[in-house]
Design a protein around this ligand. Structure first.
Ligand SMILES: OC[C@H]1O[C@H](O[C@H]2O[C@H](CO)[C@@H](O)[C@H](O)[C@H]2O)[C@H](O)[C@@H](O)[C@@H]1O
Length: 573
């Protein structure tokens, strides 16, 4: 059952959209025009909207715009396929040319101490191939981006990094956490640190870590996992300098997430106020990377205010990393009912809790006891909020909390049981990943039982939700590597024998599914079908992607932790 107050026909009709908007560049605006023409010129199946916003200019913008105005001067503004293709070839460098391949600085074909628990030769050979994929995903920004940033939507970054793969040609924020986990299993510590250096440089420039390193991603962030990245690297390397460099940046990031737009106050039954976080993009127009599609979705809204509010929901959903899912929809069968900004998400708040614990830990390392004390206090306060706002005793899960429409950040909302979204999503189990929760054995055992009976555990891993919405990619039957990892790691860290058994079982299913799909298709995938072992996932507004940074990272991490015995077969059973 969904939360009760979800379903007026238009969720955007009440107050005016009044949130902040970060302006974009003239190049992005122009490329949106080019993308719109491509949308009208090509068949939908042959067209990826992102390819057009990733083009870089061969000549200056104003001359290129004039040339485009010339070919668009037809009666209805349409351009023939031939003229369009000639124009693209003459005036642009193709998408991806501004990120150049670079040999990772610390890659070895078989690093010393690589996955010691993987004894099965077949699995070991495959793991080495996955390890070898780091060479394919390693990129640095071309000199043209540094010298002429005005010709590119790609943003300059100081050092080489890793991209997710395929259409995702640039660095992404939360993907980087699982890429780093994989790099650590691959003993590529310097490459892992370089990724953190790049993200800190974005934070220094913009005040927050961008969704990705593109001019069109400057209006939002993504699930905040920078502190977790630093923690994992420090844990392996003991690099205190990295911690010293990261701490001021993390304090800045903490401020960003606790600024007015990202926080709401909930007043609970015991008269306590809890400040909790939400996603909220600083944008109320179509997402430039998908603007032709976003405009079509928004066409059902007749007034500008409704459109702007819907666009803000689209961008805020992209900030959540779960773009798109019925999780954010007041009416699960109506995509335009997205209401991400009026939800307090369980996983975002778990990431904030982790950030508080990590910052306290780093502050101790650098000897700043006052900061350590403040952040420990903040973590205990948030833990209380989890119990009071998100925890659902009957379900044995933490669930998202829906705000009432028109909620203003400064005004506390009174907690109501009916505002807990009781639909089952994999995110309901993400708090297990946080040590404050996974160290509580009775709690873990309750949540484990709830996970076992939730319907999410499938042949090939954990499903994202129970709803097969057909066109959403963060729903059933898709399974995503990050989700498998956080839940498995949370269960595995606990002292409960049953929870640890479940963790191993999920990890093995996931490894098998990845292996069999790899053998069939020759590649690692962005998402998998958890109903059918060995099949990759589908749905959403772009074609399924391969490569793939976080999937590689998670499978290497699982293999490092759980290994694979010599005589255990790896096929789907
Ligand atoms: O172009 C559509 C969306 O693409 C990105 O989102 C998806 O890919 C990311 C990279 O793997 C991943 O971080 C995210 O969770 C995926 O949903 C992008 O981040 C979105 O902003 C963009 O609208």
């Amino acid at each position: 059952m969904a939360a009760a107050n979800h379903s007026p026909s238009s969720p955007y009709s009440c107050a005016k959209d009044s949130g902040p908007v970060i302006p974009t560049t003239s190049l992005v605006t122009f490329l949106e025009r080019v993308q719109e023409t491509a949308f009208q010129t090509y068949e939908r199946s042959k067209f990826d909207h992102k390819d057009f916003i990733d083009l870089s200019l061969k000549f200056d913008l104003s001359t290129t715009v004039k040339a485009f105005d010339e070919i668009s001067k037809t009666e209805n503004g349409s351009v023939s396929t031939k003229d369009f293709e000639e124009f693209i070839g003459k005036w642009f460098k193709s998408a991806g040319e501004d990120l150049v391949y670079v040999e990772p600085m610390d890659f070895e074909t078989e690093p010393y101490g690589f996955l010691p628990k993987v004894e099965n030769p077949e699995v070991r050979a495959w793991a080495l191939e996955v390890h070898g994929l780091w060479k394919k995903l390693s990129r640095e920004v071309s000199s043209s981006v540094h010298d002429h940033p005005e010709l590119h939507t790609l943003l300059p970054l100081p050092v080489p990094g890793m991209i997710p793969g395929s259409r995702f040609r640039e660095v992404y924020y939360w993907d980087s956490y699982w890429v780093i986990r994989g790099l650590l299993a691959s003993k590529m510590h310097e490459t892992a640190k370089a990724i953190v250096t790049n993200l800190i440089s974005l934070l220094d420039t913009y005040g927050y870590v961008l969704n990705g390193a593109r001019a069109y991603y400057t209006n939002r962030s993504q699930p905040p996992l920078l502190s977790a990245m630093v923690y994992e690297i420090y844990n392996r390397t003991g690099d205190v300098d990295l911690v010293k460099k990261a701490l001021p940046a993390l304090l800045k990031e903490y401020q960003f997430w606790n600024s007015e737009i990202h926080t709401m106050i909930i007043h609970d039954a015991e008269n306590c106020n809890h400040s909790l976080n939400r996603y909220y993009a600083m944008w109320n127009k179509p997402r430039p990377e998908a603007s032709a599609i976003d405009k079509r979705f928004a066409s059902k809204f007749l007034n500008v205010n409704e459109k702007q509010k819907f666009y803000r929901e689209l961008a805020s959903t992209a900030e959540s990393g779960w773009d798109f899912s019925t999780r954010w929809m007041r009416n699960p069968s109506e995509f335009t009912s997205l209401s991400t900004t009026t939800i307090l998400p369980v996983d975002l708040n778990a990431f904030m809790l982790r950030m508080e614990l990590d910052i306290a830990f780093f502050a101790k390392i650098v000897g700043d006891d006052a900061i350590a004390e403040d952040f420990l206090t903040a973590s205990h306060t948030r833990k209380k909020a989890f119990n009071s706002v998100f925890w659902n005793e009957n379900m044995g899960q933490w669930v998202d909390y829906w705000l009432n429409y028109g909620a203003e950040p400064k005004e506390p909302q009174t907690w109501e049981a009916q505002n807990q979204n009781q639909n089952v999503f994999a995110s309901n189990f993400v708090p297990l990943w946080i040590d404050l929760f996974n160290s509580d054995t009775p709690l873990v055992e309750k949540v484990t039982r709830s996970l076992q009976s939730s319907g999410l555990l499938c042949a090939a891993g954990i499903a994202t939700s129970l709803t097969n919405s057909g066109h959403q990619c963060r729903d059933f039957p898709n399974g995503w590597a990050p989700i498998q990892h956080m839940i498995v790691e949370g269960l595995w860290r606990s002292a409960s024998t049953e929870a640890r058994k479940v963790a191993r079982d999920i990890a093995e299913r996931w490894i098998r599914a990845n292996y069999v799909a790899y053998k069939k298709t020759g590649t690692m995938h962005e998402k998998y079908n958890v109903e059918k072992c060995g099949e990759y996932g589908a749905g959403g507004i772009y074609r399924p992607q391969t490569g793939f940074g976080w999937s590689n990272g998670v499978v290497l991490t699982f293999l490092e932790e759980f290994g694979w015995p010599k005589d255990q077969n790896i096929d789907c059973n």
